[in-house]
Write a protein that binds this ligand. Sequence first.
Ligand SMILES: *Cc1c(COP(=O)(O)O)cnc(C)c1O
Length: 341
Amino acid sequence: MIVTDLRSDTVTRPTPKMLQAMFAAPVGDDVFGEDPTVNALEEKAAALFGLEAGLFCPSGTMTNQIAIKAHTEPLSEVICDYTSHIYQYEGGGIAANSGASVYLLHGERGKITPDLIRTGIRPNNIHYPLSKLVALENTSNKGGGSYYTLPEIMAISEVCRQNHLVLHLDGARVFNALVAAQESPLPYGEYFDSISVCLSKGLGTPVGSVLLGSKSFIHKSRRIRKVFGGGMRQAGYLAAAGIYALDNHINRLAEDHAKARILADVLQECSFVQTLQPVDTNIVIFRLVDGVSEEQFLRELAAQHILALDFGPQTIRLVTHLDFTSAMLDHTVQVLKNLKF
Ligand SMILES: *Cc1c(COP(=O)(O)O)cnc(C)c1O
């Protein structure tokens, strides 16, 4: 039986060609820096974003947490939107791993602005934590896949520079943002001090994220990765999937966005939908009308072999991805149109 899994873009399986690339990878011991495929992935990703160096890690949580630890010290503070993955979904890691405090901003659909950031910068006074790092998320997960354009990023980077703040990007879905905005990754290196890029979301690899930054930042990050238990050995088999994805799975993200758009258009007309968030990339978030609970909705969908995610009270998230075929889209559209509560 075919299950249509729209819970996340992490559910994809490697394609046959990706698997071939993985099997064929030359490998070595990456803790000794001797895995040629890991080295090639790190160099390739860094060059794409105009940064000097990269570090392959098991997860996006690890790349974010390493970056925060490398950029901050205890008594300092991270400024980010309250919906941020680094704050909401990394288990309180900022406090546990870095001993840093967090200043939460209330942005618009996960996005913050130069003016908002200015409100979060502490005066130079011993009562306050030391403002150190600003973190953006592009695209924003809780913001329903909203994205920053390069001019917006440039303006934020300017505020950070003026105030001696470091700028990190949680780019778990940065390629969704770039494809939607029709922008190149290359200028990013000029504006961000570090970037975390997930390979296992829209890009469709089984494992891995890459942290990008200057040579000295990555050197420090490599130490922290070891302490976090993220030093891997013949990881080239996994890195090969990342190289394959960077070569083959970026432009096709536009298909995921188009499918999300079609789902949104259908949901807009459904009587069980109270409000639908704008759909900019591959994430669709909607609120159910009073009287239809998320459990009830998910049960009805599951009965038709479609899986979605409970995203808070009365709220559902759907994410389109590489393994969400056109036939699955047609099936999902039919099911949504016929659902009655
Ligand atoms: C998925 C995700 C991450 C990383 O999560 P892992 O599951 O640790 O790979 C980070 N930020 C955002 C916005 C994400 O969606």
